[in-house]
Structures are given as structure tokens and as C-alpha cells.
Design a protein around this ligand. Sequence first.
Ligand SMILES: [Zn+2]
Length: 261
Amino acid sequence: MTARDCVVCQTNAHAASYCQIDDYDYLRCNQCGLVYVDQLEKTENIYKAYSGGGLKSLRRRLMAPFRKFHQDRSFDYSVKRAQGIFSFAASQTEQVGKYLDIGCNKCYLLAQGLEKGWDVYGCELVPELTAPFLNTHKQCRGHVHQGRFMDMRPQFDNDTFDLITAIDVIEHFEDVITDLNGVLEILKPGGAFVIQTPDVYCSQAKQNGCEWGALKPLEHLHLFNLENLTTLAKRIGFSEVIGVDEVFEEADGNFVAILRK
Ligand SMILES: [Zn+2]
């Protein structure tokens, strides 16, 4: 079987085997450095990997309809983290307006947006994660989509959002070109798209090789660095990509960038 094309270079001519993990092959494009899963798993199997299995996920699913936002065990920590990320992201825009968080998880960033007067929207693959927030903030129920960004995209007109964030999310995009295109379209001119994603040039990736924690072939389908993401984003039509020195969290080695329309 031939190797999948690098989404940045649009060819497999520079693709080389990188790591094999759980029967999935990661390739590395030796032209741009992108590390990516060769044969993507079917969408439904990717979904299963997110919702997880076992007792913890079952209990969460059963309890979700009754939980309130502030009852989360990591509430204080998560509010603090979200304050840092949201205030940075919002400082990249000129006005308080419409905000979308792609992969909004437990909706802590949406809660920050609400508090600061933003009109907030989100999408999340795992519905039980968003339930406590939506139980507490019932007015947001129509604004949080359960599913993929590409399935939510048609709800919005072009030039809708002042601010879009995707924190630890773009590495999950199955069709990264379509998704980034969708983000660009619904972003207002002058708006900001703020991302954090694993950095294939980070020291952990270099030191740990195939043991690098970001290599999760059902979840992390494309692993970028600032340079190749910039190349891709500019080709798609973003006017500017700015790397940010400080990351929101180190985790397995991340980078943060602001993409402008
Ligand atoms: Zn490439």
C-alpha cells in the first residue's frame, strides 16, 4: 500500500517510516517534518477511543445528567488554567463578541467567555464531558454541538467569530485541511484563532523517539511544528501565523500559535 501524502507538502515523496505503535504506522515527512498516521482508523473507532471504556467512563456517563459544573473535582485548578488561556486568547482580539472553542471538553474556556460577556459556542465529541456545564448554564444548550467541528461548521455564516480556540485539538483533526479551511471561513477578518498542539521539534520528541507521549495513533493523527503549520495555514489562506514563546502547559512538549485571517 502506498504511503499517505503529507498534508503540508501534498506528496508522499519524502515520507519515511517513523514509528510503529499498536499496529499503526506513523510516517515522517522529511521535507517539512510532519509526523502523521499513515492509514487513519475509521471515524467510529476513533470516537470509541475518546469515550474510553471501563467503569470510570460508565459512571461518568450515568452521573452526567445530574452533575453541576462546580462539582468537578478539579474545579479550582481547571478554572485557573482556563483563566490563563482565555485571557491570553481574548487579548489577541479587538472586541468582545462571538467565541468558539473547538474541542471544548468540560467547557471551562466557555465559562470564562461567559463571565467576560462573550457569546460562546463549543463543540465536543464526548457529550458527558459537557453535561455538567450545560446543566448549570442551560442557556448555552443550543450553542454546544456534540460531534466533530466539520459537522458543526455549516451552522455558521462566514465571518462570524472574533475568537476561536483549539487547545490540544488540531492534532486530532481527521481532515486537517477541511477543518482549518472551515475555521478560516467562519473567523472574522482581524479575528484570532489560538491553538496549542504537540511540537515534533520539542526535546521530548527528540529524546524519547517512539516513546514520545504524544504518539497516540487513534487520537493524534498529525503532529506539527510551528514552521510546517505556518506553511499549511498560509496555503489555506490565513494571513499570519505567530508563534508564542510561552505555552499554556508543557505536557509532552507543545507549541502555541495565533493564526490570523
Ligand atoms: Zn511534508
